[in-house]
Write a protein that binds this ligand. Structure first.
Ligand code: B12
Ligand code: SF4
Ligand code: SF4
Length: 353
């Protein structure tokens, strides 16, 4: 709490500026404020996706839609939600020689950590001023894009990402829910997609089934995270991806044009490519160290190995003795799922369709 001899700050635009300026040193470029009212549109969309079988076992915000769309469940008597966006675009990294697996841009470094620090700074200030506040960064408790949309930060692209005017979609999102009645910035950002549909046409699996609607079972970002066997018809389409997919953003004109004007401040070396055979040879501990910030079902390294076997089947060379040795090992692996993916990889390298 604020010491008794200092008056609490008035909640006005100046106070909001003070809060947002706390986030800047951590790399946050855009903020906005919306009410803590129920996210009715997001709740309807989540229920609709579940009804239509588009969630493919995803938990996240789908596990308890009543909770993930109601800020007041996260913080009783909440009045406002401050949304924040932090850019994650880093300079391109040339593919190193040899067999390399591709990592999606948002996972090149841990972007959620600086965003969390930024939002923790806001929470601390609000608490000092006598308010209650809690920060959420990519947390299942709240639907981030809808909060940011309502706070006037961006529009929903047909690729389902939130695009920021003049900046594109290479941003991660988070928020602070608070009992403070902050001044709202709820302007509706105009749709900037117009007649464009490049993302829909470029998605390798046809996962964008309607503007803004993703069929998770076909979205490679989910396919590479989820547990179990990867559907055979998607394996070729995975190409060299080990984690995440960027295609629907790489083709997006505003993101391509404006993204480079908002680069990440990361000082961490970009993890854009991973040596494929190291992933298949590595111990559990080595693999966990590699992908610690990633989401993987049950945080189980076998899903990395499974993905790596698919990539091997797509970009390996059947004549290469190293590839042959690794395949031999996985063809007799005691994990049936890995064995089956190794069989697929071996057949694929022999030219099977
Ligand atoms: C589940 C999830 C996924 C799932 C499903 C994604 C999806 N689109 O449904 C999977 C694993 C596939 C995924 C993939 C990715 N994700 Co994700 N994911 C989430 C998570 C955990 C929950 C999202 C959610 O609740 N969706 C619910 C559904 C119903 O929402 P929606 O699809 O956005 O639906 C809205 C629109 O349809 C819109 N709408 C309504 N009417 C209309 C009409 C039109 C015409 C349009 C266009 C839109 C529209 O309103 C709906 C409700 O808000 C959030 C984190 C969080 N806590 O929110 C991150 C999050 C959405 N993901 C994020 C990222 C970065 C990604 C990837 C880019 C990662 C990657 N490179 O691989 C991909 C992008 C895939 C894509 N094209 O969406 C960021 C998005 C940042 C941004 N700028 O938008 C988030 C916010 C994480 C974060 N905190 O930064 N993700
Ligand atoms: S992330 Fe990849 S698979 Fe998913 S919708 Fe975008 S382009 Fe399609
Ligand atoms: S590619 Fe075109 S349609 Fe898709 S999100 Fe970008 S601007 Fe919108």
């Amino acid at each position: 709490m604020r010491p008794a001899d200092t008056a609490p700050s008035a909640i006005d635009a100046g106070y909001l500026n003070e809060l947002t300026s706390l986030t800047k040193p951590f790399g946050v470029t855009h903020t906005g404020v919306t009410s803590a009212d129920v996210l009715t549109r997001a709740r309807a969309a989540i229920e609709d996706r579940m009804r239509r079988g588009l969630t493919d076992g995803m938990q996240f915000t789908f596990r308890n839609p009543a909770r993930s769309t109601e800020p007041q469940r996260a913080l009783t008597e909440a009045q406002s939600v401050l949304a924040a966006a932090l850019p994650y675009l880093l300079d391109d990294v040339a593919r190193p020689p040899g067999r390399q697996a591709r990592v999606a841009r948002y996972a090149w470094s841990d972007n959620y950590q600086p965003l969390r620090l930024a939002l923790d700074a806001v929470v601390s200030r609000l608490r000092i001023d006598g308010h209650r506040a809690v920060a959420f960064v990519d947390d299942n408790s709240i639907v981030d894009r809808e909060i940011a949309y309502r706070a006037g930060i961006g529009w929903f692209g047909k690729n389902a990402n939130l695009l920021l005017p003049g900046a594109g979609s290479w941003f991660v999102l988070g928020c602070v829910i608070t009992t403070a009645a902050l001044p709202r910035t709820e302007t509706v950002v105009d749709d900037g997609c117009g007649a464009c549909r490049r993302c829909i046409d470029a998605c390798p699996t046809g996962a964008i089934i309607e503007p803004g609607v993703i069929d998770a079972g076909r979205c490679l970002a989910w396919v590479l995270q989820k547990p179990g066997s990867i559907p055979v018809e998607l394996r070729r389409l995975i190409a060299d991806r080990i984690y995440g997919c960027d295609d629907c953003q790489e083709v997006c004109p505003p993101t391509v044009r404006y993204g480079p004007t908002h680069r990440a401040q990361s000082r961490v070396a970009a993890k854009a490519w991973l040596p494929l055979l190291d992933l298949l040879d590595g111990t559990d501990e080595q693999l966990i160290a590699t992908w610690r910030p990633w989401y993987l079902a049950n945080r189980d390294p076998r899903w990395i190995r499974r993905n790596a076997l698919v990539v091997l089947g797509n970009i390996g060379d059947a004549a290469d003795p190293e590839v042959q040795a690794v395949l031999r090992r996985y063809l007799t692996h005691d994990d049936a799922i890995l064995r089956e993916h190794a069989q697929w990889a071996a057949a694929s390298l022999q030219g099977a369709p």
